[in-house]
Design a protein around this ligand. Structure first.
Ligand code: AMP
Length: 290
């Protein structure tokens, strides 16, 4: 069975109760903190999906049920070629199951480990894809807040898919003072515990762009306190391999003051992105006439 892009396997599915009996379970795709993710096939109408299984007991122990609820609520409303589709969910006594779009090329993090670093063409393509996806999120008042290679999956043709909205919020954030995200990607305003806006995502894509091109994040040190210091000072140094165009873009995103950061549309229009991006858009889905 082909994993057709833009295929909508759940249109009818959405409106009825589903259970594990609706699926044939395949190989495990990965292990998460609260359970495993499996490749699965919906029996009728046939479609390939990823089935994420979360154990209620483990989530209760960590007190993250509200986070999962928010993740489901947010992701269910997002529909964009560079955001992992959330199709449906169901639960039994012990487990919660999330029915998600399958990302055949896996994690960007693993790809980066395998390749060491990415070239300008690949990185610029990711920058265009992620900027477009985040523009869509921000229009819907959703801030991701946890952009990093571990939370990015790759689609059938290698296109970026934002996954894991576990830390995302509807802006303005009610949890404004919460520290979250991996240290290396934390923007200064989150370290200082100031209120933060959707501009945290601009900082994170600046860090991401650097990490893709260099192979490690820009403020990485052996200790947390040193990393904090380097972030606060925006102590940014580029190795020779980073091109002038990429330096210009990253420097315009990694600004201490959130209002000085380059807006997403300007990232897409940036001369280095335009010169290097080879973004492919999924073919549009033929609309069925009723
Ligand atoms: P998570 O619990 O979301 O961290 O997922 C654990 C691992 O399963 C990830 O690191 C991925 O390698 C894999 N995975 C999760 N979701 C998907 C998906 N939709 N498609 C393909 N692989 C996935």
């Amino acid at each position: 069975l082909q994993n057709k892009e833009n295929y909508e396997p759940f249109i009818c599915f959405y409106f009825r109760k589903i259970s594990i009996d609706d699926f044939d379970i395949g190989r495990p795709l990965g292990k998460g903190k609260f359970g495993n993710v499996y490749l699965a096939r919906v029996k009728k109408p046939q479609a390939i999906v990823a089935l994420k299984v979360l154990f209620k007991s483990q989530m209760e122990k960590e007190g993250v049920e509200h986070q999962l609820r928010r993740e489901i609520e947010i992701q269910a409303h997002l529909k964009h070629p560079n955001i992992l589709r959330f199709y449906n969910y169901f639960h039994d006594r012990k487990r919660v199951f999330l029915v998600l779009e399958y990302a055949p090329r896996g994690e960007m993090y693993k790809e980066l480990q395998r390749c060491g670093r990415f070239d300008d063409r690949r990185t610029a393509t990711y920058m265009e894809e992620i900027s477009d996806a985040l523009m869509y999120c921000h229009e819907k008042k959703v801030i991701h807040r946890d952009i990093k290679p571990e939370n990015l999956l790759l689609g059938y043709r290698g296109e970026l898919k934002i996954a894991d909205f576990g830390w995302s919020v509807h802006a303005p954030s009610l949890r404004r003072r919460t520290m979250c995200g991996t240290l290396d990607y934390l923007p200064p305003e989150m370290i200082e515990g100031h209120t933060h806006s959707e501009k945290v995502d601009l900082w994170c894509i600046g860090v991401l762009c650097y990490e893709c091109l260099v192979g490690n994040p820009p403020f990485e040190t052996a200790s947390h306190s040193e990393t904090y210091k380097r972030i606060m000072k925006v102590d940014l140094k580029f190795p020779k391999i980073v091109s002038d165009g990429a330096r210009d873009l990253i420097s315009k995103l990694l600004r201490h003051n959130p209002i000085d950061r380059l807006p997403l549309q300007s990232v897409i229009d940036h001369q280095w992105v335009r010169a290097n991006s080879h973004r492919l858009l999924p073919p549009t889905c033929p609309v069925k006439k009723s």
